[in-house]
Design a protein around this ligand. Structure first.
Ligand code: ASP
Length: 449
């Protein structure tokens, strides 16, 4: 069986519901369906989840929330009517409204109603059974998913009825009350259910045809990565390529269940398959990701390399200020510490002072407005050629890199350039390695020429 999760844009109106139904019915293995709340119909539109968060804020400040509530009600009623369903949505909506008027409802209860109602409508439309997430997704006292309890509950529903619709984004806390999984959390619901049912695959249906090799805001229609390993995905996601909630990866990766990213608006497109399998890539390149606004702090001290524990002591100073370290390029008697500029902003002076006073650091060089670009490669042997190609592209572009390092697992190459050169470098690497490669091979010239 497969677990299929449909995001908010796949559930935004009656037309999207129709597409989702035909996708589900085209593969009888798509038995357990997870849905997000009605999403944006156009760029200017609002997600039901966002409106519900707003209503909760309005309630706290005693602002009239009824116009927002009416917008939500109208959207659900419209979908129900256009699909000619019989679900008594007005009754459900008025029960929620009564609670809002008479009680201090929790944010988690209120916001989760988006998924709850969307799943009710989808269940009727598919003739599948609705299962409240509160009955199948359980949290423990630490706020973590209680897998034992969850697995037992999911399996017992599935034994009685295999075709189920479950609202994403929430579950039950140990007191049986709604608890949210955090923004974008329906991805996690799908992954948890796939693991609990030991699904053959976890399909994640969204509005893009997979994970792209580079940011589409920089590269015009970048190629989609058809196969990516969980490890490569982690590299891409950490550096900013976001398609899937990061926490959705762990449950399925552990259970060795592949994730298939698919586009509801283009179901024939292959999408991206994410699995434990490392596939050799054409030209050695999986993708390029990156982020701006880092700061590099390089510490110089004579004979630093002979001093046991120096790096540890330096890192503890950053840790004591709650600064997460992104990267540590090092030389013989110097180490660089790359951190988020925003995170360190008002602590920079105190940290450098401590480094000098406590560790005897002699010189500190700071480079700000730094962007990090991660060039993610396939399996190890592919990467050998990759580094050489990237370096020659940087050379051709005449770009000076302040950081250049290869990950310990040799899966990626990290390049530090000035913020304002970020787009040029991403473009240069993509064009040099992907676009040029495609045109060369189509001309019949070998790809490595
Ligand atoms: N509807 C929720 C959100 O917008 C959860 C989800 O879509 O995954 O964050």
């Amino acid at each position: 069986m497969k677990v299929a999760k449909f995001g908010g844009s796949s559930m935004s109106n009656e037309e999207q519901f129709r597409k989702v139904k035909s996708i589900i019915l085209s593969d009888p293995k798509r038995e357990v369906i997870v849905v997000s709340a009605l999403g944006k119909r156009t760029n200017e539109d609002d997600k039901v989840t966002d409106l519900l968060y707003l209503i909760h804020a309005y309630l706290q400040h005693d602002v009239d929330w009824t116009p927002l509530w009416k917008r939500i009600c109208d959207r659900f009623i419209q979908v129900r009517d256009l699909l000619e369903l019989t679900f008594p949505i007005e009754k459900e909506l008025s029960a929620i409204q009564t609670r809002l008027q008479n009680e201090k409802v929790s944010q988690d209860y209120l916001v989760s109603r988006g998924e709850y109602l969307t799943a009710q409508l989808m269940a009727e439309y598919l003739h599948y059974t609705f299962v409240d997430a509160k009955e199948v997704i359980f949290f423990d006292y630490e706020g973590e998913i209680d897998y034992e309890k969850t697995t037992q509950a999911v399996r017992s529903f599935y034994e009685q009825q295999t075709t189920l619709v479950v609202p994403g984004f929430y579950g039950a806390n140990p007191f049986g009350k709604e608890k949210l999984l955090g923004r974008g959390g329906s991805d996690i619901t799908g992954a948890v259910l796939a693991k609990a049912l030991n699904a053959e695959s976890y399909e994640n249906w969204t509005d893009v045809s997979g994970i792209m090799m580079a940011d589409p805001r920089i590269i015009d229609s970048p190629k989609v990565i058809e196969e990516i390993s969980f490890r490569e995905l982690r590299e891409m996601a950490y550096m900013g390529a976001n398609v899937l909630h990061e926490a959705a990866v762990f449950p399925v990766q552990e259970a060795d269940i592949p994730i298939q990213i698919k586009n509801t608006n283009e179901p024939e497109a292959k999408g991206t398959r994410i699995s434990n399998h490392e596939v050799e890539k054409e030209n050695g390149l999986t993708g390029i990701a990156g982020r701006k606004d880092f700061l590099s702090i390089t510490l110089f001290k004579r004979h630093m390399s002979d001093e046991i524990g120096f790096i540890w002591k330096a890192m503890s100073i950053f840790a004591n200020y709650g600064i997460s370290i992104e990267h540590i390029p090092s030389g013989i008697d110097n180490i660089g510490v790359v951190v988020s500029a925003e995170a360190i902003a008002d602590k920079l002076f105190l940290i450098t002072k401590e480094l000098k006073e406590k560790l005897g650091v002699e010189e500190i060089e700071i480079i700000d407005e730094l962007a990090l670009i991660s060039v993610v490669g396939g399996p190890h042997k592919e990467l050998i050629g990759l580094s050489g190609k990237v370096l020659s592209i940087l050379n051709q572009l005449g770009i000076r890199t302040s950081i250049l390092s290869q990950g310990a697992q040799e899966l990626n190459l990290i390049i530090g350039v000035a913020n304002d050169q970020y787009e040029t470098v991403v473009k240069g690497i993509y064009e040099g390695m992907v676009t040029a490669h495609v045109s060369e091979t189509s001309d019949g010239i070998t790809s490595n020429s």
